[in-house]
Each structure stands twice: as structure tokens, then as C-alpha cells.
Design a protein around this ligand. Structure first.
Ligand code: PLP
Length: 360
């Protein structure tokens, strides 16, 4: 067996320790004589798995009692519709468009009401985060929406927007659990877990209780109502049971690493290895405004598409895989989520130095 350094943006690298533990429990989960995949979601054993997962997540993120944690399906993209269907009481919402994912959410919301694009960084191919300290937030906006870490472009909100009292809704798919957050600053936080937390198929929604109501847009399917999932503790129907089990293991792993403060310090140190090199390289450079750089997704280019392709190919042959940039931006992107060890980044940089000497 040999594992590669996987720089994929998602589905992405998971902690090896978690994968080994899951492998050990595959055929017989703690004396039940079956795998978690084969288990009733209403069994005692599974109840404990999902309850512990929620409790550990609450502890990690310091989630206040007036917020609910929901384990749902449909990926992050389903939330693009679920959010307006549940929260757009006035049928007005403001969107800050800082990349493809925010744009898709904005377009989806337009199907349900008046979605206003109150800021955008599309003028410079989403390479920065606009100043959001004094935006024209609509009087009757039901919420203000952001994508907090832009997976494709490698930007991150370092300061949350001033929403002028409106609930903030944030897609945190690619920065979930990468650093501490003040949950009280948000109305709703959500993320598909396949970037930084677990296997595809689970989306976690953390929502303030007062935003969970019966008053949803007409025609909202039962399965797309937050209230039904909240009232049933994420067990209204069969949840993505195995995925939640793996997320639970990742939460325990994060606690063992020292929690989110420790993860932040580690992620900063790890990202600096790559950014410092990019800032000094004669061949490679980053594509994002420095103050907006993400700790999780690092896009870079040589400026020559053929050389970029050569680099991606040679890197893969050397065991550094999935470094090709998103199809809409080209170049390279290294996603260096929580589970990417710092050695992976150090070795990548050593490989980049060698490539630079041979090709500059
Ligand atoms: C990957 C990603 C999505 C889409 O996730 P799906 O689970 O595939 O729907 C949405 N938002 C962000 C920020 C992402 O990185």
C-alpha cells in the first residue's frame, strides 16, 4: 500500500488515523457484529454515534444552545435552494458574489425571490474579497449571504461583512473547522463535508433557532424544511449514516489535535511554507491578493499554460496528485486542508524548487 499526497479540492484527504480506525471497525462495529453501513439508524449504537458527533462538533465550535446542528444530504448545492425556501420571508436577500459557488447560490435564490448582488469581485476574476464594511444592505433583506472561503479562487473573508443587523448566512464548505469561529455572528453556517470534514454525502447546517419556522415558501418540499429535520434530530428519514460516523471520527481527531485554535496555528504554519515560497519564486506565483489568501486552497501559476501542464504531470508522477487548477481558472491549486500533513507541503515545495531550477 502506498498513499499519495492528495491536494484535491474535494473530495479531499482525510486523516489516516480516522481511515484506519474505520477499517478496523468495518466488519464488526464494537461488538454489534455488523458494519455501521448495515445498521439501523434507529438503533442504540447509531443513536450514540450521531449524538456524540453532534456533541463533539458543539464542543469544537463552541456552538451556543440556541443553535441547532443538522446533518443533511444533498451536498452544499442543495442549500443554495433550501436557504431561500426557508429564510426568504420577504422574498428579498442580499448576496456577496466572490466566486462560482456564491454565484450559483445567488442565481438559485433568484428563482425564489429578489436576490440582490450587493458586492462582487468578478471584475478581477474573483482574486480578492471586496470591502464589505458599508454595503447597501436592503432594508427588507431576509439575510446577507457569503461564501466564506472560495475554494476555486483561494480567497477567504478575514473580516465578516457588516450586515447591518440582517442574519449572515455563510457557506463554509472549504474552511469548515480550519480555525475557530464565533458562531453567534451568523444566522446560518453550512458546509458540504467532503472538503475538510468527511466523505461526500453529508452537509452540516448550524442554524439559529429563531430562523427555523413553519413559515416557508409555498411548495417547499417536506425534505427541504429545516424544521422537519430539527424536530426529528436529523433522523426524519434515513440520514447519510456512514458519512456522519466518519465525520464523528474526524471531530474526535480534531479534539485530539488540540481543537480549532491548534488547527488554526498548524494551518497557518503549513500555508506559510507554500506562500513564502510562492512570494520568493522566480517561476511560480500566487494569483490572489495577499491579504485575502485562503489557508486551505492555494492557487498558483507559472504564467505559461504548457509549463503548468508539465508541472502538474511531473508532480503527479512524483506522488503529489490533484494539483491541476479548477477548469475555469487553469494553472495549479494546492488544497491543504486540516488532514494534509505539513510534510506534504514541505515536500511539494522542495519538488517545486527542483522544477524551477530545471525549467526557469
Ligand atoms: C464544493 C463546494 C460546493 C459544492 O458542494 P457540493 O457538495 O458538491 O454541492 C459549494 N460551496 C463551496 C464553497 C464548495 O467548496
Amino acid at each position: 500500500m502506498s498513499r499519495v499526497y492528495n491536494f484535491s479540492a474535494g473530495p479531499a484527504v482525510l486523516p489516516e488515523e480516522v481511515l484506519r480506525e474505520a477499517a478496523d471497525e468495518m466488519l464488526d462495529y464494537r461488538g454489534t457484529g455488523m458494519s455501521v453501513m448495515e445498521m439501523s439508524h434507529r438503533s442504540k449504537a447509531y443513536e450514540q454515534i450521531i449524538q456524540e458527533a453532534e456533541a463533539d462538533l458543539r464542543e469544537l465550535m463552541n456552538i451556543p444552545g440556541n443553535y441547532r446542528v443538522l446533518f443533511l444530504q444533498g451536498g452544499a448545492s442543495q442549500q443554495f435552494a433550501m436557504i431561500p425556501m426557508n429564510l426568504m420571508k420577504n422574498r428579498v436577500a442580499d448576496y456577496i458574489v466572490t466566486g462560482q459557488w456564491a454565484k450559483k447560490a445567488y442565481q438559485e435564490a433568484s428563482l425564489y425571490g429578489k436576490a440582490n448582488k450587493i458586492a462582487s469581485s468578478e471584475d478581477k476574476t474573483f482574486s480578492y474579497i471586496p470591502d464589505c464594511s458599508d454595503l447597501p444592505v436592503s432594508e427588507d433583506a431576509d439575510y446577507v449571504y457569503i461564501c466564506e472561503n472560495n475554494t476555486i479562487y483561494g480567497t477567504k473573508f478575514k473580516t465578516l461583512p457588516n450586515t447591518k443587523g440582517k442574519p449572515l448566512v455563510a457557506d463554509v464548505s472549504s474552511c469548515f473547522l480550519s480555525e475557530p469561529v464565533d458562531v453567534t455572528k451568523y444566522g446560518l453556517i453550512y458546509g458540504g463535508v467532503q472538503k475538510n470534514v468527511g466523505p461526500a454525502g453529508v452537509v452540516i447546517v448550524i442554524i439559529r433557532e429563531d430562523l427555523i419556522t413553519e413559515d416557508v415558501l409555498p411548495g417547499t418540499p417536506t425534505m427541504l424544511r429545516y424544521k422537519i429535520h430539527a424536530d426529528n434530530n436529523s433522523l426524519y428519514n434515513t440520514p447519510p449514516a456512514y458519512g456522519i460516523y466518519i465525520c464523528g471520527k474526524v471531530f474526535k481527531w480534531l479534539k485530539k489535535q488540540g481543537g480549532l485554535e491548534a488547527m488554526k496555528a498548524y494551518n497557518e504554519k503549513k500555508a506559510a511554507v507554500l506562500y513564502d515560497f510562492l512570494d520568493s519564486s522566480r517561476l511560480f506565483h500566487g494569483t490572489v491578493r495577499k491579504e485575502d489568501r485562503s489557508l486551505m486552497n492555494v492557487p498558483f501559476v507559472t504564467g505559461d499554460a504548457d509549463l503548468d501542464a508539465k508541472f502538474v504531470k511531473e508532480a503527479a508522477a512524483a506522488g503529489f496528485v490533484n494539483l491541476k487548477g479548477h477548469r475555469t481558472v487553469g494553472g495549479m491549486r494546492a488544497s491543504i486542508y486540516n488532514a494534509m500533513p505539513i510534510e506534504g507541503v514541505e515536500k511539494l515545495v522542495a519538488f517545486m524548487k527542483k522544477f524551477e531550477e530545471e525549467n526557469a
